[in-house]
Each structure stands twice: as structure tokens, then as C-alpha cells.
Ligand binder design. Sequence first.
Ligand code: ATP
Length: 381
Amino acid sequence: REPALQMADTGMLAIDGLGKRFGKLQALQDVSLSVREGEVFAITGPSGAGKTTLARLISGLERPDAGGLTLGGRPFGTLPAQARRVAHMFESYALYPTLTVAQNVASPLAAPASAGRWTAAQQRQRVDEVLALTEIAHLRDRLPSQLSGGQKQRVALCRALAQDPSVFVLDEPIGHLDAKLRHLLRGEIRRRQSQLRPGTLWLTPDGIEAMAVSHRMAVLIGGRIQQIGTPDEVFARPANVQVARLIGDPAMNVLSVALAQGTSPSLAPDGGAPQAVSGALAQRLAPMARGGRLVLGLRPGDLALRPPGTALLEGEDSFAAQVYAVEPLGKHRIVTLSVGSQRLRAKVAADAGWQAQQPVQVVVRGERLLSFDADSGVLQG
Ligand code: ATP
């Protein structure tokens, strides 16, 4: 058998306890997750989180210090890169500078590891198809040096899509593309998956993109998986403050508060001047605070702004703030608010005419509030 066929053709990709160290830097630690057949699994995390390192371990360009990889239950972590049926799209594109666009896209199809898999005519047909799909057919005879950044990205994506892999590993595949093409390609990657059913690992620093493209996702920070779940689960219940700060557009507000003691209950954000809060909110927060401190998670879209003193409806809580800045955003406004020395963002309808410096009452439904432990940052409740 060809080495390329030693890897099971399909099956669940399981990553078990992977670790990778570069000198003193622990780039990945105890990373475990599984990508089901046909599933798009996104990994999101800030720059330096270890996304590219994970991609390189799966495609065999790096060796892990710890842990293992299986596909359909069969270990493949010791196979050389060319024997793994992993279509890896590199963040850096990694195009061959002396090959044309069409030759770059065809290169894995013509590689020795794929010998006998496709006839020359089939290779040409696949190349034509993916070039047309990404709207770069007219560039087929150009060299990479004659392309823009976005065009190079499309060539790199074409080279991955033309293959018939067991696993797609796409490292920031659509970052430099315009919105229309992003949409088209997201749809196409999903369509290919429904035919061939490889698992796809989609790496992106953009939490919104991760949510939009994936069936499930993981948040990777500092080489460690912080949370795995469906986009809805991660959005609704971020496991900790670090995840909360990455997910959402704008991301969740994270407000550290002290519950000030006094005749009327109030919040002292960051230990600053006490801000008036509704009695219901004070009652709700008191049991969650440890030593009088806690961290509140407030999603921008869950906040409503009303003039101070407006009566609350059943189930609503409120606290006082001041408008700091207003950004128009089509049918929404992003209103930045000051609460003591901290800033919050609220996403409100464009017809609300808020002005900088105005005092406001920030209203949120009590069941929408999240609270995190002030010391560990872990979600409570
Ligand atoms: P980005 O979104 O910026 O591409 P990333 O999440 O892909 O980031 P990695 O490229 O995996 O992050 O890097 C993780 C960490 O490992 C970083 O601190 C990086 O500097 C370090 N690193 C990666 N490759 C090497 C290497 N070959 N030698 C030394 N350090 C490395």
C-alpha cells in the first residue's frame, strides 16, 4: 500500500493531550479535542495562542513533545507529513514562487503521495473548478509575486480545496478577503464537507468568524484550551473572563465591582465612586460577591439605555453611568459608557439620540447578567 493510504480515509480526528515546547516557551499544553466527520471545528484565540503550532502538529510539520493523534481510531502522529492526507492551508500561504497559480493549486494533486489518485484530466478539472469558484481563473498563469495579498490567499485556499483529504486544516483562510467572497467560500467549504465528509479545523483569531463557520469551537489562550462548545454555548456562557473578552461584536463587557456598604445599595466599580443601582440588582449581586467583590459580564446587545429615573419593568435591573462616546454603525449605535474609571459598550438602536456626557440609566434583564469569580475569573452559577 502507498504510505498515503495508511491513514484511514475518514473518521473522527482525535487530538489527545498534545504538548509542544519551544525552548522555555510552552506553546501548547495538554490540548485535547475531537473533530467529527463532516464537522467544521473552529479554534479561536489571540495572536500567539498556539493555533499555527497546532496546525503544524496535525499536518506533521512539527513533532509533539506529548500526546497523540488518531483518525478513525488509528494513530497517525508518527507518519511523515507527506503520508498524511491533511490539506493544510497556511496562514503564510506558502506558495511556490516559481510555479504559476495553476501549478501551485495542482501541486498536491501531482505529488508522489497522490500518485494514481487522479488522472491528468481530473487534476485539470479540479484546478479549473476551484479557480473559477474563487474568481481567480484569469490569474492562472501568473506567478505568486504578481498577485495581491488577497489573491495569494485565494490561491492557497484553492490548493487546499482541490484536494480530497481526510482532514482540512485551514489557518486563517479568509482573513484578507472581502465580505462577498468570505461568504461564498464559507458556503463552499461547507458544501465540500457535506460531500466528502472530512473534518475541518478552522483557525482564526476572529471570534465572530469562528462562531459563523463552525459547528463547534474551542477557545485557545496561552497554549491551553479554555472552552469547547457550540458557538451558542460559548457565546451564552463563556467559561471565564478571558473567553468573555474575546467573543462577541463588540465583545462582552467585563466590569469589576465592589459592593459598597451604605444606606442605599450601590456598586463601586473598580473601587471607585459608588454608582446607584436598583435594589433588585444589589440583592442579586450580594450572594455572588466574595469579600464584596465580583466581576460582572454584560453583553453589549443586552444593555438598554434610558434617562435616569425611568421606572424599571418587571425583571429589569439597572445602574447609573455616563455616555462617553457614540459610534454610528448603520442601524445600530455603539455607545461607550463610563462607570467610574471603567468603560462599557452598549449596542443600541440608531434612533436613540444619546450624546456624550449625558447621564444614563443602564438597564439589563437580571437573567442576562453573568458573574465571574473576582479572583479566578471563572464563570459562576
Ligand atoms: P497568530 O494568530 O499570530 O498566527 P498563533 O496562535 O498561530 O498566532 P503560534 O504561531 O502557534 O500562535 O505561536 C505560539 C507561540 O509559539 C508564540 O509565542 C510563538 O512565538 C511561539 N513559536 C511558534 N513557533 C516557534 C518556533 N519554531 N520557535 C520558537 N517559538 C515558536
